[in-house]
Design a protein around this ligand. Structure first.
Ligand code: HEM
Length: 183
């Protein structure tokens, strides 16, 4: 089943979730590693890879927004009001991060005088040319948000595990494709 139902995630949303999750975690790991490297060909290759994967994540986020219109997500499974609100907040933060992090990275690169290309297939236009002040602001936003997102991911994974191990509900299983009986 491609589409989501009232209680289950369809294949499109599940695939988008897991591919985005791998990209998101990979981007943070590469980002942290590459920024500590001395200037070298490896460092520049990793920057190019980081930018290409970041554009990929942004494209998946755009597809996700289109797909949400076509096929809304099932409602969260929860009996706890605080956790319900927290779940929605974390989801909102992820959505915002998947839009704002690629955009701040793009601005950071072009204001620093660097191109942003997608695996050398196409290059993004330069919206704002070289500008040291904007470069530093974008760098601060991109770096701080990246670090904060590590805590958000840990919270999200802890939430998924709590649903699975403590509440023993279908939250994690349905994201893994084990569909629940529709009621
Ligand atoms: C091992 C890591 C992860 C696990 C175990 C996991 C698990 C889950 C589960 C079980 C749900 C369904 C929640 C529900 O039905 O209410 C979910 C939803 C979601 N997760 Fe994750 N997740 C992981 C990593 C990530 C990462 C890194 C991101 C960031 C991109 C992310 C973003 C989202 C979003 C935005 C949703 C809401 C549903 C949607 O719009 O697709 N997840 N996750």
């Amino acid at each position: 089943m491609l589409k989501n139902s009232e209680q289950n995630y369809g294949l499109v949303s599940r695939a988008n979730h897991w591919i985005s999750a791998v990209l998101f975690i990979g981007l943070i790991a590469i980002g942290l590693y590459m920024s500590d490297l001395e200037k070298s060909p490896e460092k520049f290759e990793l920057y190019d890879l980081h930018k290409s994967l970041g554009i990929g994540l942004f494209m998946l986020m755009m597809l996700r927004l289109v797909w949400l219109k076509i096929s809304p997500n099932p409602e969260q499974i929860s009996n706890n009001k605080f956790e319900h609100i927290l779940g929605h907040a974390v989801k909102g933060i992820f959505y915002l991060a998947m839009i704002m992090m690629p955009i701040s990275g793009w601005i950071m690169s072009t204001t620093g005088g660097h191109d942003v290309s997608f695996f050398n297939l196409f290059t993004l236009p330069v919206l704002i040319g070289e500008n040291e002040m904007i470069h530093e602001i974008a760098e601060e936003i991109h770096g701080t948000a990246g670090t904060l997102m590590i805590a958000v991911i840990l919270l999200h994974v802890a939430g998924a595990l709590k649903h699975h191990l403590v509440y023993k509900d279908a939250t994690l299983l349905r994201m893994l494709g084990k569909n629940q009986k529709e009621q």
